[in-house]
Ligand binder design. Sequence first.
Ligand code: NAD
Length: 489
Amino acid sequence: MRIEKMYINGEWVEAASGNTRTIINPFNQETIAQVPEGDETDTVSAIQAAREAFDEGEWRNIPASTRGKLVLKIAELIERDVQELAELETLDSGKTLTESIDDMNDIAEVFRYYGGLADKDGGEVIASPIPDSRSKVVREPVGVCGQITPWNYPLLQASWKIAPALAAGNTMIIKPSEITPLTTIKVTELIEEAGVPKGVVNLVLGSGAKTGQLLAESHEVDLISFTGGIETGRKIMTAASSNFKKVALELGGKNPNIVFEDADFDTALDQALNAVFFHAGQVCSAGARLLVHDAIHDRFVEELVKRTKQIKLGSGFDDTTQSGPLISNDHLKKVENYVAIGIKEGASLMTGGKRPEAEELQAGFFFEPTIFTECDSSMRIVQEETFGPILTIERFDTEEQAVTLANDTIYGLAGAVWTTNIRKAERVAGELRMGTVWINDFHPYFAQAPWGGYKSSGIGRELGKQGLEEYTEVKHIYENTNPSPLHWF
Ligand code: NAD
């Protein structure tokens, strides 16, 4: 079992209260670590450390190229430790080792991208309309950043925040999900090893109510970046109004996957499975709403159900496993409850809908991949994020109908369209009110392109150059090159 600590002002520390939390493996509920359970006292210490490190000025004033090199060094260290990090992620989250290795490689790329971007913005000279003047616009770090992450992509989500915040010259307090802190702890060790000065990166562990809430409320914090559920996002936005800090929110999604009758049937089918059942559906961009054209609906559903029944559940460390467990018993109950809701609402349960019976899966939080047909927009299972392996299928006839159904939720994170008619694909992509639209694909994201939601899926963007801009303030500097009295008064 691992015994872990938090990282505040360059020191590895226990919680001030001495409290700890047990971290378990969702595959078998075995204890894998004891971590400090921080609270308000620890959060205040971390905020103070980040405040001093920012205000004292050394970090934010070092050349951007030097900061960039440090961020690149972190990328190298992550690459060195990919296997160890990936194993830790699988142990903590239940996802397959292949997925974890992919995550870790993506994370190294995120640090590499922002390391490279750190010194690329030299500001902008403005054509001033006033004679004898110079005008320029520069970007500066925002200051102290609170960064709160969820359990489904523990380190990936943290990397989208830490890398740009460091590259831009901010200081920060990271608060990972209390359920899955292990890889964020490990990467904090790598950040220390890379030589990031004390106080610049601080790690606080504990519940959202006792640590995250304070980060959102504190007057000493200048920006709060949050990834998680919509209700928590609402609390954070309310708390952030205390000092009108900058707010970046990456919230949920209920993402439509639209399959037209002229799509490449086999590819669309294969990817529809991946869209929704990847990581047991615990993905903000999961393709949980499948919209299928009438002409192919019945055949598509039949094949989909057949393939879904063959999905192999198991340990993330077993090479033959296609999907691991859900994250916790509470989450399992929530997903189970959505199946009951779907049945009550009149949807047809085609497969799954229950915990698996296999003996070897009984200790884990497993749930069978589930498909509902005959769904419509009035149903809660179509409107709400179940965040589990549940697919709802709706049918459509016209392009216009598909777009209307696709846009008909409060969310706007991502969506996909499958058709061999590229003009139709681009028309539909243009009509979808979502931050990301995939044409004849599902799920790709990368460091170079922005990620974020329309509507209630959030505010702001991560990744891409927009992800770096979130961590900057814009300053206009005006210089009178020939000052003289005005004689107005
Ligand atoms: P959650 O909202 O329950 O928790 C997320 C984080 O917020 C955790 O660290 C938690 O401790 C903290 N928190 C809880 N209450 C808080 C409070 N009052 N103040 C401050 N912090 C608080 O979400 P979760 O269950 O961990 O994650 C699942 C959710 O995350 C899903 O809705 C999913 O869609 C979303 N998500 C979105 C994206 C995206 O890019 N848009 C990516 C991953 C996950």
